[in-house]
Design a protein around this ligand. Structure first.
Ligand SMILES: *[C@@H]1O[C@H](CO)[C@@H](O)[C@H](O)[C@H]1NC(C)=O
Ligand SMILES: *[C@@H]1O[C@H](CO)[C@@H](O)[C@H](O)[C@H]1NC(C)=O
Ligand SMILES: *[C@@H]1O[C@H](CO)[C@@H](O)[C@H](O)[C@H]1NC(C)=O
Ligand SMILES: *[C@@H]1O[C@H](CO)[C@@H](O)[C@H](O)[C@H]1NC(C)=O
Ligand SMILES: *[C@@H]1O[C@H](CO)[C@@H](O)[C@H](O)[C@H]1NC(C)=O
Length: 229
């Protein structure tokens, strides 16, 4: 094997791996803000706790039920004195079950749940309507102190794709009572009428990976300097 100088690119590989590992570990440790927005943890017999205990891979942490990647699947903010769910609430857009009962919520939740496409069970104070209205859910049940909105309906199916969205776009759900028209591949712009392959995602992808490799490079060289001195 040929001897390699300290600056050779192969030396960067373990550094890069170390950086990614550290970043990954930090991500796993840091709980999303929404999970600690309210003190305490999920109560034992609450619906969120019951949901979380059904699957061994899921774990309860503070007010959340998370999977092993740290994705929020359940959120229990009951009895948190909330007038509104707050700016961190979109972090919970992956949740399947959310409990907001026993809060003085204002009765206007429609846009707060934009993007919450996975949500199947929502528990609310009795005086707050299910977001999207009664037609956005399969069942709405009233109890003495709360109500549950259950089974999010896909409005794209009932309203008819063709009428809602332009010719080269298609309808996708965007949370309770909400939908979105997404342009087909190769189309963009107003009413999906412009053709071309401009892709914002790809642009950010390239920019993002360049930034990352530069950071790793800097981190690696800085560390080596620090060690030498
Ligand atoms: C909550 O559940 C845990 C185990 O699931 C149990 O050890 C604990 O005693 C329970 N606490 C209460 C107050 O029921
Ligand atoms: C709500 O929280 C308060 C303390 O913040 C507590 O005293 C009360 O018992 C709780 N109520 C319920 C129904 O959990
Ligand atoms: C809703 O409130 C009732 C009391 O009216 C309570 O028994 C029930 O457990 C609550 N439902 C949920 C899902 O917490
Ligand atoms: C809506 O339609 C899609 C396919 O167009 C289907 O996969 C989905 O199961 C339907 N959902 C409901 C609730 O009917
Ligand atoms: C939709 O796409 C087809 C080609 O796939 C094109 O002929 C048509 O003009 C497009 N319609 C609109 C409204 O842009």
């Amino acid at each position: 094997m040929a001897p390699r100088g300290p600056g050779s690119p192969s030396n960067l590989v373990p550094w890069a791996a170390a950086v990614l590992l550290v970043v990954g570990a930090k991500r796993a440790l840091a709980l999303p803000e929404i999970c600690i927005q309210c003190p305490g943890s999920v109560r034992n017999l609450s619906e969120v706790a019951l949901y979380c205990k059904q699957t061994p891979e899921l774990m309860l942490q503070a007010r959340c039920c998370l999977n092993q990647k740290g994705t929020i699947l359940g959120l229990d903010l009951q009895n948190c004195s909330l007038k509104d769910p707050g700016p961190d609430f979109p972090q919970a857009h992956t949740a399947v079950i959310i409990d907001l009962q026993a809060n003085p919520l204002k009765d206007d939740l429609a846009n707060i749940f934009r993007g919450f496409t996975q949500l199947q069970t929502l528990i609310l104070p009795q005086d707050v309507s299910c977001p999207g209205g009664i037609n956005a859910w399969n069942t709405v049940t009233f109890y003495m102190n709360n109500q549950t909105c259950q089974g999010q309906r896909n409005l794209c199916n009932s309203t008819g794709d063709q009428e809602m969205c332009p010719e080269n776009g298609s309808c996708v759900p965007d949370g309770p009572g909400l939908l979105q028209c997404v342009c087909a591949d190769g189309f963009h712009g107003y009413k999906c009428m412009r053709q071309g392959s401009f892709s914002l995602l790809m642009f950010f992808g390239i920019l993002g990976s360049t930034t990352l490799s530069v950071s790793i490079l800097l981190w690696g060289t800085q560390r080596r300097k620090a060690k030498a001195s």
